[in-house]
Ligand binder design. Sequence first.
Ligand code: NAD
Length: 295
Amino acid sequence: MKRIAFIGLGHMGHPMVLNLIKAGYNVNIYDVNTAAMDELAARGAIPLVSLAECVTDADIIITMLQNGDQVKEVCMMNEGIFKNAKQNTLYIDSSSIDIATTLYLHAEAEKINLKMLDAPVSGGVAGAMAGTLTFMVGGKESIYLEAKDALEKMGKKIIHAGAASHGQAAKICNNLMLGISMIAVCEGFNLAEKLGLDTKKLFEISSNASAQCWSMTSYCPVPGLVESAPSNKNFEPGFMAKMMLKDLHLGESAAEHAGAAIPLGQLATQLYTQFVEQGNGELDFSGIIKMIAAP
Ligand code: NAD
């Protein structure tokens, strides 16, 4: 069985590794937060003390980090992936990062015969745990086909979005829509409450009507309506508000670069900035309902 090196064992990386182990892969793991390796080591992953050791004997390397700076560092540093991976290794970045960094890394990877894909995901922690993530993949089709088998162990839909960086482009557009839709759901449910309408009734109606969306049916910001939603655990993430803000900033800069208008995206960015500046960055992004309800 192939050996996978997995770097970044946070909310998403942790359950993704568990699914790879379940599928029978040998999984090397590395995280700067060494505590993140303990439980996975007990479940059969192999913890390594350095990044270089983690990647050197891997057939496939996957990163699941917070942002482009982290991914660039992990790829380019002396101890990192590009200096220590075997030639022809498959390298998949599943973090959500900016297009400029991903294009730079694709070009660097090609120079040293690493087969790179950008393959960010959607589906949240619940999707990562259930192995039902959607992967949006950018890079050569031949590399996508080679990677599909491993990605299918962590996801239900593995979609080739197009050339290098098109996976990130898809993720940026998706999360622009997600940030806006979460605020829309918060506003609708808050208004319902103020109108004296039972939020359970609104949920029953809107989840079967034209406002139905993932923010409502999977991550409903009102507790007691969707069992697995972070709102039932005091907005423990889930998907941190600061990460949503990062993605909205990625959307803003992509839109500026492409000359696309995103008026609601800009408003959503302002609202998430305010929410994060109030000290809520580590809460789930659905927690913004607290600010919408009490501005
Ligand atoms: P997280 O902060 O929980 O995990 C990131 C992990 O990377 C942490 O354990 C951190 O210690 C580790 N890390 C940071 N720098 C490192 C380095 N130099 N070397 C090794 N490890 C390092 O983040 P997450 O929620 O798992 O998200 C990861 C990515 O997936 C982000 O880009 C996010 O936008 C995206 N994403 C998250 C969700 C979600 O619901 N959480 C959903 C879809 C996509």
